[in-house]
Design a protein around this ligand. Structure first.
Ligand SMILES: Cc1cc2nc3c(=O)[nH]c(=O)nc-3n(C[C@H](O)[C@H](O)[C@H](O)COP(=O)(O)OP(=O)(O)OC[C@H]3O[C@@H](n4cnc5c(N)ncnc54)[C@H](O)[C@@H]3O)c2cc1C
Length: 411
């Protein structure tokens, strides 16, 4: 039996960030994942899975020692955001200059974040990365949870964290139910080059079928997230490149001119899903294992990184107060903190999705007026920009740029 203090099942962006956040703690940590993240790829290629990383998440990634490695690979700041409605004249333009900031956030390939986190974890003497590996059994005791891997290895810890994504095996094993619904939408994703430069702007056009977003990358490339009806997604994936480029250009109203280059395509069915509880004695859920939302405002991993930073802070507090990190009392602090914030964001994203997906005339009229008013009301704009940058609300210390370590009381 290998004794640990904390076992994290899932070394994706959120699970790895949690391990890195606890890197300077006295805890012995194991991170288990089915796959080993890639560390190398051809320079001329693009990872088609990207994320818009908010300022709050940038602070977390800086504080846990991953941002520097991301910057060495490839990150792209965006200074503006332009959103418009295909069914009317309503449009809103947000600019970093409106809030005196150098940028609104960064667009980063998921593989870059993963590789940077892995590099950081390898520097930490208290973290063991166990992958590729799969857990075959869990046994919950009063003081310890015991994990058995498929190869027969047994590990024990005071706390198990489920960071294994939206189809979380850990969540299912713990018997935690979820609530939510399928969106009957699939996100078709790719990377393209356009005739006109994106001007470091994140562009999003809302259509009744779903939003189509062009997010700026280096050298004038854009990451595309196009949410469509699942049947339409199947058709789009089967098209030859030239026809797909024409269809995508039309859906985007050629806002950046013709599409001149196209990388591979991928598809993700979209759903809203929320775990009924985030914690049980000796268990906590973080990231998509706890909540999955529509990607229209690019907030999923940002919520997950905030979960990781908040749970790390709760754990540091417990260590300082010599409490059991896996006790329900300790973990409830984390759940109360994050659940309310996540519910607000999930409800907002769901509301946007419904509002902009409606073909009803009064809603079309209302949302166009709303966009126009938002565009001409600086205080409303500023508030929305701060929300989008993740710098409002009850932020964990790491998201405020304050290191979290034992001896620096987190309260
Ligand atoms: C099209 C699209 C666009 C998006 N755009 C954005 C965006 O712009 N901004 C943003 O913030 N979010 C965005 N998101 C959401 C974001 O991708 C997710 O929120 C994020 O990937 C969740 O990270 P995670 O680490 O919680 O889970 P995952 O990324 O799902 O990682 C889970 C990890 O657990 C491992 N795992 C799974 N099962 C097991 C098991 N049984 N045992 C061991 N390991 C296991 C997996 O191998 C993986 O490494 C987008 C999502 C989609 C679909």
């Amino acid at each position: 039996m290998k004794p640990y203090d904390l076992i994290i099942c899932g070394g994706g962006m959120v699970g790895a960030a949690l391990a890195a956040a606890l890197g300077n703690s006295p805890l012995r940590i194991a991170v288990i994942d089915l796959h080993k993240p890639k560390q190398r790829w051809p320079k001329a290629s693009w990872g088609i899975r990207t994320c818009a990383i908010t300022r709050a998440s940038q602070h977390i990634l800086e504080n846990i020692g991953a941002w520097q490695y991301m910057a060495l690979r490839r990150i792209h700041p965006y200074s503006d955001m332009h959103v418009w409605d295909s069914t009317g004249s309503g449009a809103v333009h947000f600019s970093a200059a409106d809030v005196g900031e150098p940028n609104l956030g960064h667009i980063v390939e998921n593989r870059v974040i993963q590789a940077a986190l892995l590099k950081r974890l390898k520097e930490l003497s208290n973290v063991d990365i166990i992958c590729p590996a799969r857990i075959s059994a869990l046994a919950w005791g009063d003081e310890l949870v015991t994990v058995t891997l498929e190869n027969g290895t047994k590990l024990s810890a005071s706390l198990l964290v489920g960071a294994d994504g939206r189809d979380s095996w850990v969540r299912n094993q713990a018997g935690i139910a979820t609530r939510g619904w399928e969106y009957d939408q699939t996100a078709v994703i790719t990377v393209v080059k356009t005739a006109r430069h994106h001007r470091d702007t994140a562009w999003q056009r809302f259509t009744p079928e779903g939003p189509v977003a062009f997010l700026p990358l280096e050298e004038g490339y854009s990451s595309v997230v196009w949410s469509v009806d699942p049947r339409h997604a199947e058709v789009l994936l089967s098209l030859d490149d030239a026809t797909f480029m024409v269809e995508l250009g039309q859906a985007f109203e050629h806002a950046l001119g013709e599409i001149t280059e196209l990388f591979e395509r991928g598809a993700f069915p979209l759903r809203l899903q929320h775990a009924v509880s985030y914690v049980k004695p000796r268990l906590a859920l973080v990231g998509d294992a706890a909540h999955a939302i529509h990607p229209l405002a690019g907030q999923g991993v940002n919520l997950g990184l905030a979960d990781a930073a908040s749970l790390a802070e709760v754990i540091f507090n417990a260590l300082e107060e010599k409490k059991d990190i896996g006790s329900f009392m300790v973990l409830r602090h984390y759940e109360r903190w994050r659940k309310s914030d996540n519910i607000v964001m999930m409800a907002a994203m769901d509301g946007f999705k419904r509002l902009f997906g409606s073909r009803a005339a009064p809603l079309r009229w209302g949302r166009n007026i709303g966009l126009t008013l938002t565009n001409i009301l600086p205080p409303v704009k500023k508030t929305l920009i701060h929300h989008a940058m993740g710098v409002s609300g009850h932020l964990p210390r790491l998201a405020r740029g304050i290191p979290c370590r034992q001896g620096s009381s987190a309260r």
